[in-house]
Design a protein around this ligand. Sequence first.
Ligand code: GUN
Ligand code: FE
Length: 435
Amino acid sequence: MVNSLVDVLFCINEEGIIEKIISPEEPNYQQVLVAAKSDGILKELASSEYLLPGFIDLHVHAPQWPQAGLALDRPLHDWLNTYTFPLEAKYADVEFAEKVYSHLVDRLLSLGTTTALYFATVHKEASVVLAKTCATKGQRGLVGKVVMDHPNENPSYYRDASTEQALSDTEAFIQEVQELNQTTKQGVYPVVTPRFIPSCTDEALQGLGQLAEKYDTHIQSHCSESDWEHQYAYNRYGKSDTEMLHSFGLLTDKSVMAHAGLLSDADMQQFADTGAAVAHCPISNAYFGNAVTRVKQLMDDYQVKVGLGSDISGGFSPSLYDNLKQAVISSRMLEDGVNPLLSAEQRGKAESRLSLNEVFYLATVGGGEALSLPIGKLDVGYAFDAQIIDVTRFPFIEETDLDEVFQKSLYLTESEDIKQVFVQGELVYSNKGAK
Ligand code: GUN
Ligand code: FE
């Protein structure tokens, strides 16, 4: 059972942090309630409305938004070269970037995603546009200028001009976004972002590890996604993706690696030892992963931090509601197995299923822990990032049963049920029309 709070008062300070949570039994409850009302700062929920923490999307390719729901007919390597790199190359045009990023950030906020960890493109200017868009619209954005400098592994029309340029652009990007963060209430953060090992030279990977350390930034990349990518590191180095990321200084407690579907037990231990987190992207994995990520083992056996990612547009849905449902479904299929020609004993991998509570954790607390930020919980000391859900449309709902409300909210919420969204105490979306 998830911990539910009934009729409490959330007291939010100027910085948008939850300073106190006062329950009806406490002696000052009435007094605080009356004072807030007379000051005109009390916000009350209707009886059909419930508050959930905002969701944290740990893996979004913002430039791929125009391609969401398209082009899912090829394996990863082919998909990148055929569809994705030509699309991402278009962000040399800053106006195009402004149009797409504005549309995407609005959409994510309307779905209750209050924090997102983004890949932009190789272009420094357009990457800054994404950070500015988050800053202006009130979303907490962590943004990476993507590095793809390997001359033999990337198309000539879409890559960094050189290793030196990739590193100097990354450094300038970090400085600009750290500057922007000074005036952004909810925070915007630069992220060191080697696309994945195949697209980078060793010099770039090494240099990026050093930049992350110098500026104490987050780091993101892809790890062991698909048989092809998993095998690539063995072919180039004779070692796993995980071992190599670690050797370049790219696995730290501020690292978030997408997918990690084919990690060995030793790789999982490496994640645990370094404090690096995994972004589980269950919809995308069904298309590109070639396996279901062992989330249960990562969390329970290795205490690795795990959160949830949409992986737009490898995942077609921008909604973390859709992704958390898929996380449950995929884990059930991993546990039972999927080949009907095998006996029940041989078919699956025991103890793999994720409960609804666990995937809710991934979308909230898990994401906050992965990013080492005080977000993902409606608790004292955390940012007030929240979404108001109206349950009126849910069939035959028993509103006094909070566990039922919780389950139906996760399984049945659609866009129209999300009424308002707050980030750092500020209203950033209202479905009567954006702010
Ligand atoms: N690996 C390298 N780039 C990408 C990407 O854009 N999407 C996914 N899913 N995997 C990748
Ligand atoms: Fe991805």
